[in-house]
Write a protein that binds this ligand. Structure first.
Ligand code: ATP
Ligand code: MG
Length: 267
């Protein structure tokens, strides 16, 4: 049965779609059969990202670039029961699901099918509000917030449906090179919350322009690891690549998928 990884956060613009495509391509590159469900039916960022990728591959004849398969939209109109069948009958190894940065009933349902939820978070106390109500003066966690409660319900729905459990990784995205104080406060609060509402803190990603640039060609950092593809590394790829590798390591541990380390060292 396919392993389902859902990228979710009810706050917009935190890097869900960008990381969903990065992880999908990285897993496809490991010869896994990866399909992608674009649950953000309004914006369709992942659909656009993968369309840009197809266009790049055909215009440059980059046959060496592996790609996940985007699942056609029929699933959108399915009742929950049929969607469950659709997911459990999938022959894919991994299903990557992107969800919108806002509450929708469809997004709630998709969360409940996850084996693993990855929640990227912008590194600010404002963005943390999606997870918890935090005392602005003491930094103390008063209570979990709406998204945390919805995940708790998704876990209950999953357990009732098939007895399965959902792992949850929260990671900080767009970390600033400056602002050490904010970083420390965020780290402390996330540690408190992790124990309280049941997630693991994943490795973070710095603020890196490269993520915005790659979208236009539908490329991801893993594509630069392929010698055959012949894409040129730059310094900004290198730092970001290590962050992606750290996330993949954690995912592979959570999923029991063997992701061999790359043998390619940029010069
Ligand atoms: N680490 C990063 N450094 C710099 N830019 C980033 C980083 N991660 C994501 N971005 C950029 O931030 C913007 C938002 O990212 P993305 O679309 O992946 O977020 P999202 O959570 O899917 O948003 P939405 O909730 O609107 O679907 C994009 O322009 C993306 O290129
Ligand atoms: Mg998105």
């Amino acid at each position: 049965m396919a392993t389902v990884i859902v990228f979710g956060n009810e706050k917009g613009g935190t890097g869900k779609s960008t990381l969903a495509v990065h992880v999908a391509v990285a897993l496809a590159r490991q010869a896994l059969d990866v399909t992608v469900i674009d649950g953000d039916t309004n914006q369709g960022s992942v659909t656009k990202y993968l369309a840009n990728r197809s266009a790049f591959i055909s215009s440059t004849k980059q046959a060496a670039l592996p790609s996940p398969t985007l699942v056609a939209r029929e699933w959108e109109a399915m009742p929950e029961r049929d969607l469950a069948g659709h997911l459990t009958d999938s022959s894919a190894d991994v299903i990557i699901v992107d969800t919108p940065g806002a509450f929708t009933p469809l997004s709630v349902t998709l969360h409940s099918f996850a084996d693993l939820i990855v929640t990227p978070l912008n590194d600010s106390l404002v963005d943390l509000a999606v997870l918890a109500d935090v005392d602005p003066n003491s930094g103390e966690v008063r209570k979990p917030s709406h998204y945390a409660e919805r995940l708790w319900k998704a876990r209950q729905a999953r357990a009732a449906r098939d007895g399965g459990s959902i792992a949850w990784i929260v990671l900080r995205n767009r970390l600033s090179a400056l602002d050490a104080h904010n970083k420390r406060v965020m780290a402390d609060i996330l540690d408190q919350l992790a124990a309280r509402i049941g997630f693991e803190v994943g490795p973070g990603f710095g603020e890196r322009v490269i993520f915005r640039e790659l979208f236009l060609q539908g490329l991801t950092l893993s594509d630069f690891e392929d010698k055959e593809a012949g894409l040129a590394w730059t310094v900004s790829h290198v730092a970001a690549r290590q962050e992606l590798r750290d996330l993949l390591d954690l995912l592979s541990k959570s999923l029991s998928v063997d992701l061999p380390a790359s043998d390619y060292e940029p010069g």
